[in-house]
Write a protein that binds this ligand. Structure first.
Ligand code: CU
Length: 663
């Protein structure tokens, strides 16, 4: 069985992990919710709140163009507000999320959905509105570790600052920048981690940088192209929408603080429709949620974002405020050692939040629905099943199937019937669930059998223990009502999906590595950070830091084969910006007794094909321990991007590298 203990084992870096100061190896021996805040998740009534269905983000206006199409223009801010995330009767929760500044009712967590059409440009003024009513900045809702390599507005910016003693948390104005995840975006519109900006607050302390290293470069580029200024506290991004119709989402991407900025709430869907890679109207379950007449809208296409969170008894979000929460390590921290005082290597919440509400219920009709699932957890891999009994012994037998039709990069070649959906952080699963024939009153539960700890592959009950059935092992409920109208969508077995474009053969093979680092000065403490890296000619990993010289530098318009060698004990969801790639294959590596690849990397066995649900285009792929994962990508926009692990805690502490295309 995989344990927390294994996670900290390091390959290629300071080794010698033997006895550990925490009780990690025995934690899963206790049946019960994970530790979290002061609100016991078993005291939260399940399935009392209806599923919140985010509606369409209202446009600010349409901008005319002399040539070509009009531009859909939005002005969207991130703000702090209270929302009833816990069931009525329990306190409200202070969260952050996005909304249209001209439509006060649109500030919800998750945010309203941006509806985009193929080849119709969308322009968004993204405003950092993390200020109070007096225009003073709001400090973070959560505890910011100032010792990572992070945005660091007090300066020097975008560095790991040095301290003469262990500092307390950062309480200043919050840097923020929004990334459209999966977008085939120009560099200035991609939400680069060092292009952040503070709110245009009255009281930003003297000497603080108000923007990150790359902000001015991208501002100049955008303004020269589009003649719209970037005002203080904002950035304006334009998305061409010249990519396959698919499920995109938007979230913060600021260097070293993304885990906290996203955990605080701001997240939204961006649905790109139309064009040759979409289906004609009428074939799939519709309509999606609309802005107008929400009470009269009965959407049959619903985006569903799943997140694990933890709460305090006063309704506030809980996120660890010290390293000790993770492994009991109480110091010494930086600068005495190389362990950060606050950062946790992962966080697993004990409460499941779906579209901004804990364990909601959705009333459905006996017809087909299209659900666009998004795993927006910080670190948790989900294994979703539909069952009659939510407390059924794990692993449970699925009582109802999913038909997956798409993933991050649009439709699959053909629908895939699945008893379970494995969804890593940032992955999307576009699925049809056909409730046809189910009697009114039937209840189906969406459960989760992913682990309450890092995922390393395998199956529940064998390689890991399934999530605790009474808390994180449940997600939401579907309650069947009567059919109110005919279902005119096509049955799944009659559904033909659009053909996939052909990527072409790779002209270059690029070998990269996933690594973990434990303390170089403290015995038996780790991890201190997670690292990407390259590989030497002998197959040894060469872990690299964010600040090291760029090594991933594809030529514009070349297709590359990436070989991602995992030298850690865990699976990492690796995300490449700019591109939608294709998973080529995977292959086992020679490992030690615990399944960890041993350098130099040596292949073991034959390559094997990706899962049927991985055969479309993707922007995030699961990299299992003990394996190399191969993907093909064509990089066709020059510029400054990133590739990184989408476990937010990893990404924030070095598991991110520059991806520089061309030049
Ligand atoms: Cu990772």
């Amino acid at each position: 069985m995989k344990t927390r203990r294994q996670f900290i084992k390091t390959v290629g870096l300071a080794g010698a992990a033997t006895m550990l100061p925490w009780a990690g190896g025995v934690r899963r021996a206790f049946a019960g919710p994970l530790p979290g805040g002061t609100l016991d998740p078993t005291q939260i009534a399940k399935y009392v709140s209806p599923l919140f269905i985010p509606r369409t983000m209202p446009r600010t206006n349409k901008l005319g163009q002399r040539k070509g199409k009009n531009i859909d223009y939005y002005e969207i801010a991130v703000r702090q507000f209270k929302q009833q995330i816990l069931p009525a009767g329990l306190p409200m929760t202070s969260v952050w999320s996005y909304g249209s500044i001209h439509h006060p009712g649109t500030f919800t967590y998750p945010a309203f959905t941006i509806e985009a059409r193929w080849r119709a440009p969308v322009r968004v003024k993204w405003i950092n509105g993390l200020m109070d009513d007096s225009g003073n900045y709001l400090p973070h809702l959560l505890t910011v570790d100032p010792t990572l390599h992070w945005a660091n507005p007090p300066g020097p910016i975008d560095t790991r600052p040095t301290f003469s003693s262990t500092p307390g948390p950062y309480r200043g104005p919050v840097p923020f920048i929004t990334h459209l995840h999966g977008g085939h975006s120009m560099e200035e519109a991609d939400g680069y981690p060092e292009a952040w900006y503070l709110p245009a607050a009255n009281n930003v302390p003297a000497g603080y940088a108000k923007t990150g290293t790359w902000y001015d470069t991208f501002k100049a580029k955008f303004e020269a192209t589009w003649q719209q200024p970037w005002k203080p506290g904002s950035a304006v991004f334009q998305y061409a929408n010249q990519q396959r119709a698919t499920t995109l989402w938007y979230h913060d991407h600021t260097l070293g603080i993304t885990r906290l900025n996203v955990y605080a709430g701001p997240v939204g869907f961006y649905l790109l429709r139309g064009g040759p890679s979409d289906l004609p109207d009428g074939r799939l379950p519709a309509p999606g949620p609309q802005m107008a007449n929400p009470s009269q809208t009965s959407p049959h296409e619903i985006p569903i974002v799943i997140q694990d969170r933890a709460f305090n008894a006063d309704g506030s979000l809980f996120y660890p405020s010290n390293r000790e929460f993770f492994d009991g390590f109480a110091g010494p921290y930086l600068p005495t050692s190389d362990i950060s005082p606050i950062w946790n290597p992962e966080f697993f919440g004990n409460t499941m939040v779906v579209n901004g509400r804990t364990w909601p219920d959705l009333k459905v009709e006996p017809r087909r629905y299209r659900f666009r699932f998004l795993n927006a957890c910080n670190a948790r891999f989900l294994i979703l099943k539909l069952v009659i009994n939510p407390l059924a012994q794990r692993p449970a037998r699925p009582d109802w199937p999913f038909h997956q039709i798409g993933t991050e990069g649009g439709f699959l070649p053909a629908p895939v019937q699945l008893g379970q959906l494995l969804v890593a952080p940032a992955e999307r699963a576009d699925v049809i669930v056909d409730f046809t024939g189910l009697r009114a009153g039937t209840e189906l539960f969406l459960i989760n059998e992913g682990p309450d700890e890092p995922f390393g592959g395998g199956t529940p009950g064998n390689e890991f223990e399934a999530a605790e059935p009474g808390s994180t092992g449940q997600i939401m409920k579907f309650t069947l009502g009567p059919l109110t109208g005919p279902d005119t969508s096509l049955p799944v077995d009659q559904l033909a999906l659009p053909a996939l474009p052909v990527l072409g053969n790779a002209v270059r093979t690029r070998r990269v590595s996933l690594n973990e680092a434990e303390s170089a000065v403290l015995m038996d403490v780790g991890p201190s950070e997670a690292l990407l890296g390259s590989m030497d000619a002998s197959g040894n990993p060469m872990p690299m830091m964010w600040e090291d010289a760029t090594t991933e530098n594809p030529v514009v318009n070349e297709t590359e084969l990436w070989e991602i060698y995992n030298f850690t004990a865990d699976a990492h969801p690796i995300h490449l910006h700019q591109v939608q790639f294709q998973v080529f294959n995977r292959q086992a590596l020679v490992t030690d007794a615990e399944g960890i690849s041993m350098p130099p990397a040596r292949l073991a066995g034959e390559p094997f094909a990706p899962e049927p649900w991985e055969t479309g285009f993707k922007d995030t792929v699961i990299n299992y321990p003990g394996q190399v994962t191969r993907l093909r990508a064509k990089f066709d926009i020059p510029g400054q991007y990133v590739w990184h692990c989408h476990i937010f805690e990893h990404e924030d502490n070095q598991m991110m590298r520059v991806l520089r295309v061309g030049r």
